[in-house]
Every structure is written in C-alpha cells, then in structure tokens.
Design a protein around this ligand. Structure first.
Ligand SMILES: C[S@@+](CC[C@H](N)C(=O)[O-])C[C@H]1O[C@@H](n2cnc3c(N)ncnc32)[C@H](O)[C@@H]1O
Ligand code: SF4
Length: 458
C-alpha cells in the first residue's frame, strides 16, 4: 500500500509513544522505595499472575551518536562485576516479596548492549533467576544484541543459557552510515547470524532499523529495507530517528554531519511501509512489522497483542513487569516504578538497600481506564466501550466521559479513513495503524504537547 506523503506530513506532530500511560515524562520523585515495596506486595493479588523480568545492562563499548537509550561507555569488567552484584541484590530483595507460586513467562535483557559484557555475568544472572523464581515451561527469554560484538560462539552460549528470542540492532546496512554515526560495523554476515539463531531454535527474531540518519537517502534506505528482508527476520522495526539533542547532547554531532530533510525522511517511512507490506510483512502498529505466522501478528488478529516498555508482546507471555538495573522500569498492576538512571547511585542504593527507586506513578481509577482505552487502540486497533466498561464494572458512558470522548474530535480521522466509527466501537484501519499514536492522543484529555517533551509521531 502506497501512503501519500501529504498524509504523513499532516500527522507528523509531537506526541508520546504511549509505551506507558501516563507517559514516563509524568513519573515523579514522590514515589519511593517503600511505595515500590507496597506495590510489589499488592501485585501478588492482581492479574496477570505471571511475571515478566527486565534486566537492564547499560554498558556499551562505543557511543553511537544517534542513541536515545540510557547507556554508559567504556566501563571495565571490574565495575561491571560490581554492577551485577548490585543487580543480584535487587533481584533477591524483590523476589522475597513476590508470591513463590507465580511463574516467570518472560525475561527481557536490554540496554545498552547486554551482549558486549563478559558472558559469565549473563550466565550468572540467568542461573540466579532460575534458582530464585519458578519458570513457565515455554517462557520467552529475549536479549537485545548489537551485531558488532556478536560471534557464532556467543550465540551458542546464549542458547545454552536458555535464550530463545533476539533483537538485532542493524540500524542500516551501509557501512558509511554506521561510520558517520560512530557505530561499529557487524562482526559477521547478518544473514548468517539470523540463520544461526534460527538453527539454534530462536523464534520471533527481530531486526531494528533507523531512518533519518546522516547519509541516508530515499533510495539508500529502500535498499537497506530490502537487504534486511533478505536476512529473513520474523519481525522488523523501522524506528524514526528521534532527535532530542536537548536530552542527548552528542546527537548535535549528527546535525553537523547533516540530517536528511523532513520530506526525505517521510519518504523513507512511506517506502519502508510499502516494501515491507508488499513482501508479506504485516503492519503491527506504528513502526513494527511481522511475518503473518509470527506470534505478534497472530496476537494482533486474535486481540491478544500487548505492549510494554520492551515493545510489542502477547498477553499470553506478558506478566506484570519487574525491572532490575539502573533506569529500569517496572510495570506492576497499579503503578510504574523507575530506578535511578545514575549507575553509581544505582550500585550504591541497590547494594545497600536492595532498591534504587528514583520516581514512579500510582494510577488512579480514571487513569487505569484511560490506559485500557489507549492500549486497546495502540495494540488491538479497535476500541469497544462495552468491553472496557465490563472490565471496570462501570457503564460504557462512564468510560466515554473518562476519556472525554466526542465524535467531533475524531471526524478528521474518519474523513482520512484512519478509523471507522460504529455505535459502540471504533476500528483503526490499516492506514490508521501508521499514525496510531495520533489517534490515541484523542483519548488522552490530560495530554500536554507544549514544550520539548516529545519527539514527532512519524
Ligand atoms: C537499547 S537500543 C539498542 C540495542 C543495542 N545496543 C544495539 O545498538 O543494537 C534499542 C533500539 O533503539 C533504537 N534507537 C536507539 N536510539 C534511537 C533514537 N534516537 N531514535 C530512534 N530509535 C533509536 C535502535 O534501533 C536500537 O536498536
Ligand atoms: S550500541 Fe546500542 S545502546 Fe549502545 S550506544 Fe549504540 S545504539 Fe545506543
């Protein structure tokens, strides 16, 4: 499907990615270690019972100049060892409060670059998790890897430690693009790397690409997307480069290198969508694509798609999320909790107190209703007011009031064929999925997009 460029221009506005509702920018420092302790105890009584674990490894050997993640560069093994000790202490403190009968259905390692540290640390944590928690039989164990540090031996080790999902940060297949953004090139052929993961039983193999970097052109990014498809991943994400130099000062270097014009960047998006969908990938939402037989594409069809800070996932494997490590975010029933981003503070606090909470957010009932509405739109591309009302034991009208629902607010989306409205249901169209963030914003009456809080939606 070819998307007209004017359509993209119209909807390219600042807005949250709704990885959480309320967005992480609303978390506040009034939320303490003690509040987290109470939230964990409370979470034992809430659904889902299953546990998702997030492990944050903030270390990278080299700073990519586009990076928006929470990282620290060039730390040696001795500091990393101290960090891992603190992280294990945090796991033990949290685990003591979690009901022993609850099962781990998902583990996700993110960063930073988890695959750049000594694999002994990875093995140690995986063993520790298995002796601390009960694991569900077919739990998903995923890791984000940068191909620059990944050998075939490493893949064998990850398999031995129980990993069965991987996300590869390819970003671009052109060496000159990687060089200009100060990113190391892959260690091995990427197609062979994907094949080797598959031979080792990995599923849902994902490739991340970014568009909007220096030296990228409409034509070059077309060829990057085509080459990525040849690598045969199960999933592919085409991130729009989020330029936030007021947060990440080094991103200014990319301005000096020369960023593509907004119109060219939009063409990259339009072409990627066209190439991926005409090569059999299904648009999952925003910038995510998957093969029709992949779990998340099936979940989209069966209304079982879910999203957390680690990305799209299925309601079958996702539980309440307990995050470990500096800057990690936990998502338990009625609250979000974020650890301090400062790794020195993290090490000190997690070692001494077992917790290192910096900020968080407890959701009111109204916010939980809005979150449910926004999640339905972001994940399952539909909104049925009756279903949401049933879950909260309130009337559909109450749900509508809470999200300040007014048909007039959606008339432009309807005219642009992004949604279809019937009596109690709103359905997001294929084209609407691309700008699903904008649609979700219409159900967020407290949203404030003034100031430099959010990157643009496209
Ligand atoms: C935790 S990061 C990277 C994982 C791993 N360290 C790597 O680089 O391959 C996850 C993904 O976020 C994306 N990303 C990082 N910075 C970004 C930015 N400023 N805008 C958009 N996407 C970004 C990249 O595609 C990256 O693969
Ligand atoms: S390797 Fe990944 S996390 Fe590290 S700086 Fe580069 S993009 Fe960011």
């Amino acid at each position: 499907m070819q998307i007209p460029i004017d359509f993209i221009k119209k909807y390219d506005k600042p807005g949250p990615r709704y990885t959480s509702y309320p967005p992480a920018t609303d978390f506040h420092t009034g939320f303490t270690n003690d509040d987290y302790r109470k939230s964990i105890i409370e979470s034992n009584k809430k659904k889902p019972e299953s546990i998702s674990i997030y492990i944050h490894i903030p270390f990278c050997p080299q700073q990519c100049h586009f990076c928006g993640c929470n990282t620290i560069i060039g730390k040696g093994n001795s500091f990393i060892h101290t960090y891992i000790n603190a992280l294990i202490n945090e796991i033990d403190t949290v685990a003591q409060l979690i009901d022993k009968n609850r099962l781990v259905t998902q583990v996700h390692w993110g960063g930073g670059t988890p695959n750049s540290i000594d694999y002994k640390h990875i093995e140690r944590i995986m063993k520790h998790l298995r002796t601390t928690f009960k694991f569900a039989e077919n739990s998903e164990i995923a890791i984000e890897c940068s191909p620059a540090y990944l050998s075939f031996d490493d893949i064998d080790k990850l398999t031995e430690y129980g990993f069965n999902r991987v996300s590869l940060g390819v970003q671009d297949t052109r060496e000159d693009v990687l060089n200009i953004v100060n990113r190391r090139i892959p260690k091995n052929d990427l197609k062979k790397t994907v094949d080797y993961f598959r031979i080792n039983g990995f599923k849902g193999i994902n490739i991340d690409l970014i568009y909007g970097l220096p030296l990228q052109t409409e034509e070059s990014f077309k060829s990057t997307v085509k080459q990525a498809i040849e690598m045969n991943p199960d999933r592919l994400v085409t991130f729009s480069y989020a330029h936030v130099p007021w947060v990440k000062g080094y991103q200014k270097l990319l301005e000096t290198a020369g960023l593509p014009e907004p119109e060219e960047k939009m063409k990259m998006l339009v072409n990627s969508y066209d190439i991926l969908t005409s090569n059999g990938y299904v648009s999952i939402g925003m910038d995510h694509f998957a093969k029709p037989e992949d779990d998340i594409a099936i979940a989209l069809k069966t209304n079982k798609l879910h999203r957390n800070f680690q990305g799209y996932c299925t309601t079958e494997t996702t539980g309440q999320v307990y995050g470990f490590g500096a800057s990690s975010i936990s998502q338990v029933w009625g609250a979000y909790i974020q650890n301090t981003k400062d790794i020195y503070k993290y090490v000190k606090q997690a070692s001494n107190e077992g917790f290192a909470v910096e900020r968080g957010y407890s959701l009111s009932q109204d916010e939980q209703i809005r979150r449910a509405v926004i999640n339905e739109i972001m994940c399952n591309n539909k909104l049925n007011f009756n279903e949401i009302a049933l879950n909260f034991d309130i009337s559909p009208l109450d749900v509508q009031k809470t999200v300040d629902y007014k048909v007039e607010k959606l008339s432009e989306f309807e005219a642009d064929e992004l949604i279809q409205i019937s009596e109690n249901e709103i359905q997001v169209s294929d084209r609407g999925r691309l700008v699903v963030r904008n649609i979700a914003m219409a159900f967020d009456p407290t949203l404030d997009t003034s100031g430099q809080k959010f990157s643009k939606t496209v």
